[in-house]
Design a protein around this ligand. Structure first.
Ligand SMILES: Cc1ncc(COP(=O)(O)O)c(C=O)c1O
Length: 383
């Protein structure tokens, strides 16, 4: 029996593969420092866990409305208004099993076979594969070599008669890039003129540093934007699987139909936990941000003091995108040697469509980052 072409053409997630490799090495007794992880290392805050326990005890353990419970959609609508200045009715929101699921559903709702979806580099590992699975064609857009940001000129050049939309991610994984309002305005002008959709992935919105501000492109072109967000990163709830989509009512209805025939509702218990997360105290998020900020500064400084490596101070998320071009090794080769020689796991830039870099996650404790810094320094000396 043959598997489908679709399945054959889907690459495995490189980041998940590296995490699996780390676990294997740890099981063999090796002291691996894993800097490849894409999730906060903090525990889910207690009040969120308590809300889940209470939901179980109250018997909220059955199917819910396939697109999510009204109370959660109302909480999301209020959050989008207060935090992002975006006005949505609860019917314009659908809750899914993680932001990844929200993005995939949005692509299923928007792509006809052969439609092109623009994806600026460096990009999050899953975008291209999800576009392909949805029947579209991912078109990778090179960005400015220095800033790694997409310019309106480059965007305009890339638009063809087949272009359906673009995926924008700010704050961004892997380089921690945050687009300013002016930069978004430049892109929005082109997107509006060309009549494209934007899937705006905003899952790292609360992790911005140095006075930078997260702006949603939906404030500029609301009718053409599909906002994606979730609770995984903000509240350290990666395992709970809650993401959401807000946008044009027809797109949301289409996503709800797709979801109702495929996965049905996201976990009922997690939905009640998400209400507590979104409507509860936000000090827990600020505490995580302050801690990430300390680590960001420490690790950027540490890497910049290693001969042959250089990295820009990221403005958001919890990753450093470290330039290794001076070492004359491919990002895969360098990452493999680092794991082998120094037991430090990082993700090669190639996985994000950008050679010459490695991604280092600082969602791990300062002592681990210190240990990793020492080991990387030694390993680079003996390459
Ligand atoms: C840019 C980006 N979008 C979406 C996701 C997926 O988040 P979720 O856990 O909500 O599916 C991730 C997770 O790594 C991410 O980095």
């Amino acid at each position: 029996m043959n598997i489908s072409k679709k399945a054959e053409n889907t690459a495995p997630s490189e980041t998940l593969a590296i995490s699996a490799k780390c676990k294997e090495l740890k099981n063999q007794g090796l002291d691996v420092v894993n800097l490849s992880v894409g999730e906060p290392d903090f525990d889910t805050p207690q009040h969120i866990k308590d809300a889940a326990i209470s939901a179980i005890n109250k018997g909220f353990t059955k199917y819910t409305d396939a697109s999510g419970i009204l109370e959660l959609k109302e909480a999301i609508a209020k959050k989008l208004l207060e935090d992002n200045g975006l006005k949505y009715e609860p019917q314009q929101i659908v809750v899914s099993s993680g932001a990844k699921h929200s993005i995939y559903n949005s692509l299923l709702a928007l792509c006809d076979p052969g439609d092109e979806v623009l994806i600026p580099t460096p990009y999050w590992v899953s975008y291209c594969e999800m576009v392909k699975l949805a029947g579209g064609i991912p078109v990778v857009l090179p960005t400015d070599e220095d800033t790694l940001k997409l310019t309106p000129q480059d965007l305009e050049k890339a638009v063809s008669s087949k272009t359906k939309g673009i995926i924008l991610n700010s704050p961004q994984n892997p380089a921690g890039i945050v687009y300013s309002e002016d930069e978004l305005l430049g892109l929005a002008v082109v997107i509006k003129e060309k009549g494209l959709w934007v899937i705006s992935d905003e899952v790292y919105e609360r992790f911005v540093y140095d006075g930078n501000k997260h702006i949603s492109i939906a404030t500029l072109i609301p009718d053409q934007t599909i906002v994606i967000n979730g609770t995984s990163k903000t509240y350290s709830m990666t395992g709970w699987r809650i993401g959401y989509t807000a946008g044009n009512i027809n797109v949301i209805k289409a996503i709800s139909r797709i979801q109702s025939q495929t996965t049905s509702n996201p976990c009922s218990i997690s939905q009640y936990a998400a209400i507590a997360a979104i409507t509860g105290q936000q000090e827990c998020v600020n505490e995580m941000r302050v801690e990430f900020d300390k680590r960001r500064r420490f690790m950027a400084d540490r890497l910049n003091n290693i001969h042959g490596l250089s990295c820009k101070m990221p403005e958001g998320a919890f990753y450093l995108f470290c330039n290794i071009k001076a070492l004359s090794l491919s990002s895969e080769e360098f990452s493999a040697r680092l794991l082998e020689k120094a037991q430090v796991a990082v993700v090669p830039g190639k996985a994000f469509g950008t050679e010459g870099f490695i991604r280092i996650s600082y969602a791990t404790s300062l002592p681990c980052l210190e240990k990793a810094g020492d080991r990387i320094q030694e390993a680079v000396k003996s390459l």
